[in-house]
Design a protein around this ligand. Structure first.
Ligand SMILES: [Zn+2]
Ligand SMILES: [Zn+2]
Length: 343
């Protein structure tokens, strides 16, 4: 089988690997779609991010969907041919955080395609993948591309949980990559009364309006665009910071109402914060990292038509054009989510 292996920055290779066999409780999945995520792009473009570096060849990818090819002993309810979204969250289920039900903080997480541990946790951009049956969410009724959107949607559902009730709230989303776009969609689905989004690319802002943003602002064109929302101590109850850019977070603070909740999703390294202003307005900063059970909620929400992620899939390229797919995914003037077709 073919696998997409990152060796170093801009060194992506299609390599042959043996097709694995499923053991008890496991399934063999014929991967059909894989979404290129920001972390994949960091490995591809820069060989890593922050202190996380590629130290050995690593199969990329963690946003995948496929069809059940074979099942191991004891697996029920996953018949061959069934479309499944495969959760990349593989916690140990035995550490103290797993036992607390906070698997996203697992001390021994083996998240697909992550160079955080060494040896690296190999990824899922491959033609066949053995997964635990409990990682698989049945995605029948969805397109293969939608099924492969379950992971980023799960990230945003976890963040929405961190934000709390969004019903009737005014929501600001900074950064309109796939996560920001999904934050707009989730806020809409959760009953937000006003959603404003910012970015620095006209293409992504147009898409955010399509996903449900009431207004968008290009802060590259008008850096002071949020100034209008700072009257009377601010307008927004909730911020989803999805850019990882320090100026996006600090620039949003004046637009937040007293007591607002700022959820940080963007992973952009360490930031300097306007702590004085945040203190005086009693603003709460909340982190958000990965997900666990939300993966299954994400698939159910899509299957039940609660939100439509299809407009976000801007390109689908075959595995033979993987290099072009990664270059395309890096271009924010025309790509939101670029997916790779494995079959
Ligand atoms: Zn992802
Ligand atoms: Zn654990």
């Amino acid at each position: 089988m073919k696998a997409l292996v990152a060796h170093a920055a801009k060194d992506l290779r299609i390599e042959e690997r043996d097709i694995p066999a499923p053991g008890p409780g496991e399934v063999l999945v014929r991967i059909v779609r894989g979404g290129i995520c920001g972390s994949d792009l960091h490995y591809y473009n820069h060989g890593g991010f922050g202190t996380v570096r590629l130290c050995e060849p690593m199969i990329l990818g963690h946003e995948v969907a496929g069809r059940i090819e074979a099942v191991g002993a004891g697996v029920l309810g996953l018949d061959p041919g069934t479309l499944v979204a495969v959760s990349p969250s593989r916690p140990c289920f035995t550490c103290l955080y797993c036992l607390e039900g906070r698997q996203n903080h697992c001390l021994d997480m083996r998240f697909y395609g992550s160079a955080m541990p060494f040896p690296h946790s190999q990824g899922a951009f491959r033609e066949y993948l053995v997964a635990d049956a409990r990682q698989c969410a049945v995605a029948e009724g969805l397109s293969e591309g939608e099924a492969a959107m379950a992971e980023p949607l799960a990230v945003v559902l976890h963040a929405a949980g961190r934000a709390g009730d969004l019903m009737g709230r005014r929501v600001l989303v900074t950064g309109c990559g796939p996560i920001g776009q999904l934050a707009v969609a989730v806020a809409r689905a959760a009953g937000a009364v006003e959603i404003v989004a910012t970015d620095v690319a006209a293409f992504t802002l147009a898409k955010a309006r399509e996903m449900g943003a009431d207004r968008t602002h290009d802060v590259a064109v008008d850096a002071q665009a949020l100034g209008a929302y700072s009257a009377s101590k601010g307008r927004f109850d909730v911020l989803f910071e999805c850019s990882g850019v320090a100026s996006a977070l600090s620039g949003a603070i004046p637009a937040l109402r007293p007591g607002a909740i700022a959820v940080q999703l963007g992973l952009g390294g360490d930031m300097t914060l306007p702590v004085q202003a945040m203190t005086a307005k009693e603003i709460e900063l909340r982190g958000s990292f990965r997900f666990h059970a939300e993966f299954f909620t994400a698939v159910e929400m899509m299957r039940m038509g609660r939100l439509d992620v299809r407009p976000l899939i801007t390109q689908t390229l075959p595995i033979t054009e993987a290099q072009a797919a990664f270059e395309t995914a890096s271009d924010r003037t025309r790509a939101i989510k670029t997916q790779i077709a494995f079959a």
